[in-house]
Design a protein around this ligand. Sequence first.
Ligand SMILES: NC(=O)C1=CN([C@@H]2O[C@H](COP(=O)(O)OP(=O)(O)OC[C@H]3O[C@@H](n4cnc5c(N)ncnc54)[C@H](O)[C@@H]3O)[C@@H](O)[C@H]2O)C=CC1
Ligand SMILES: O=C(CO)COP(=O)(O)O
Length: 336
Amino acid sequence: MKQKVAVLGAGSWGTALAMVLIENGHDVTIWGHHPEQITEINENHTNKRYLSDVQLPEELKATSELEVCVKDADAVLFVVPTKAIRNVAQKFVEVCHNQPVIIHASKGLEQETHKRISEILIEEIPENKRKDVVVLSGPSHAEEVAVKDVTTITAAAKNLENAEYVQKLFSNEYFRIYTNQDVIGVELGAALKNIIALGSGALHGLGYGDNARAAIMTRGLAEISRLGVAMGADPLTFIGLSGVGDLAVTCTSVHSRNWRAGDLLGKGQSLENVLENMGMIVEGVSTTKAAYELSRDLKIDMPITETIYKVIYENEEVNKVVKEIMLREHKSEQEF
Ligand SMILES: NC(=O)C1=CN([C@@H]2O[C@H](COP(=O)(O)OP(=O)(O)OC[C@H]3O[C@@H](n4cnc5c(N)ncnc54)[C@H](O)[C@@H]3O)[C@@H](O)[C@H]2O)C=CC1
Ligand SMILES: O=C(CO)COP(=O)(O)O
């Protein structure tokens, strides 16, 4: 059945997901806070800053008025950067007069509180203004989804029915959604892989090869799983789409902003310079701080995260840390 969907966030991922929903015959309005970008979407049917070569469907409506966007929506998709989620949720509560299914497709941890995005949304949106919070996550670069490349991702919710609603909303011949009930694992896999992607990019920028990439991905997955299990996730989730799947795509693709940022850091650029020139969100930077602090609080060994934290927040030289991490005390691979 045709659904009315509000997409909050007019960046690359919000725009690509809105295109999938239009393809599936839904009534979609996207909200952004830059009026000139809204005019561009409505009049030129492009969003060049975020999806440079893509022609948007004419049915896609855009507005800078949140109330107009969410009015009578059956589902509301939050897809702004993690640092904006709480503020956008607070604004949403002021203008929401019904009870939509809440979906989010962002990937990160709140820097100050270390909370997952669904926790923030549940905290900010009262029960009479939401049905559930469903997490949409997995290996999916906007640039490829926008040109209908084959993609598989996960819709996670405690209540299977709500995950199935989102599965049905988004699925089509190029976009296949699996359900999952491990919300914690799906959100942590999504957030933490960005840290490892920064590292994978940095190794590339420093001139290391495929062995190094396989090493950081595999040992990265080990530490993601350790923290995840300590926080209540099902370990099997980390071998699924939101775990190894997203880790693989983000650690190997030139589309990944986290990988590209790491690559430039490895080549010797300063973090400020890298972030300024990227012009899009690099979630791994703030997630590194949150994950590092969590690992210390929970006493979980996360050597890769700790190393990346030192490079980003303590000015350790990126070309020196590889030797340090390689020469750490010896371990068994079977130690969890
Ligand atoms: N780009 C991708 O391929 C994918 C991105 N994601 C996740 O989706 C989230 C959003 O990422 P992108 O769309 O790629 O980011 P982006 O950098 O392309 O766009 C972010 C958008 O959010 C807007 N924004 C920022 N702060 C805002 C605020 N306070 N209020 C309203 N709008 C605000 C910006 O103006 C921009 O339009 C991130 O958490 C990212 O990790 C997840 C899967 C794929
Ligand atoms: O999450 C993503 C792909 O699944 C996007 O990764 P980046 O934010 O690094 O571009």
